[in-house]
Design a protein around this ligand. Sequence first.
Ligand SMILES: *Cc1c(COP(=O)(O)O)cnc(C)c1O
Length: 390
Amino acid sequence: MSNSEILALEIKARIESVIGQIDDPVPLHRPSFEGKEWDYVKDCLDSGWVSSVGTYVDRFEQELAAYCGVKRAISVVNGTSALQVCLILAGVRSGDEVLVPALSFIASANAVSYLGAVPHFVDSDLNSLGIDVRALEGYLSKIAEITEDGCFNRNTGRRIAALMPMHTFGHPCDMDGLAIISEKWGIPIVEDAAEALGSKYKDNHVGCFGVAAALSFNGNKIITTGGGGAILTNDERLADKAKHLTTTAKIPHKWEFDHDQVGYNYRMPNINAALGCAQLEMMPDFLRRKRALARRYAEAFSDMEGCTFFSESSDRESNYWINALILDNHGEVELDEILNFLNKNNIMARKAWKILSNVGCYQEMPSMKNRNAKILSNSIINIPSSQCLF
Ligand SMILES: *Cc1c(COP(=O)(O)O)cnc(C)c1O
């Protein structure tokens, strides 16, 4: 047997010691509908309010804001559109650059591109899986300069208009460190909190650290609305702007149609918000089960050689959306061989993303060298994480 096969067998045995013997394929993450989902969705159908008008949208926004401890939440059609609008709120314009982690889902970069802006990829911290604060500070000292009109990239001449930390798999990044960078260089923060509903950094929910933050309620996230997302902000004026922009920029009137700018049809339909209200009621229970499952995995892998279970650091509380193993000696074992073995044995494990600076359409974008992001991309194994497993 090869080293990879030995490791794969051992990983399978330890996963089974946590989730029981595996007969049918175990997905990475599947949604749970154990609350009032049927009642609320049926209510929409019975009343006819399934689309862009209805009471569940307001209710979902209020309950979501309260849950996250922010002043306002604006629900939208998906997490990518939420990110796009957050960037607009932060003042990003066509031709600007936005600092985006190289290790992220493609949506982070796409949201920047939709505005005609340019994603500029930055490296990860091996300890948080988020942006590497020290490396970023060193990098900006080399390439950036502060002028009256903001922070500029000396190499490209473009303005660096926002910094987009992403909380990988629900693990909060070093927000204090990023706040210092944001302050020093005058670059506003927009959080990609798509994976991190319920996660906390030093007792505060993520999503409240920057100008605005984006959440996703896609089918594979910790709660789902089918498809959906939300913009979080503590700034009432920006919240009103977000609501206006995402509802076609219509000037309120009983019968006149007038719009004061090019807006977007990004509003979350009522039927999706109904699902969201029911899912949000389950959050405390989901979080408890996610964290308990992670604790079991952490124990099961604690004495394992060759890989490490990724755990939260002491000042942070992760929602453990998707659990991750990190191979100790990547390169010496074949990640693909391990994944092949696990998937053949009904464990639907997968890699983290290919780093964005290597994805075809983004290869020519400005970028750090992303040494750590490459290591993580070649050594992370995501393992089954559904709340129903606990
Ligand atoms: C899921 C996700 C998004 C986008 O969410 P959608 O709702 O699928 O558009 C953005 N960023 C990250 C990191 C995500 O995981």
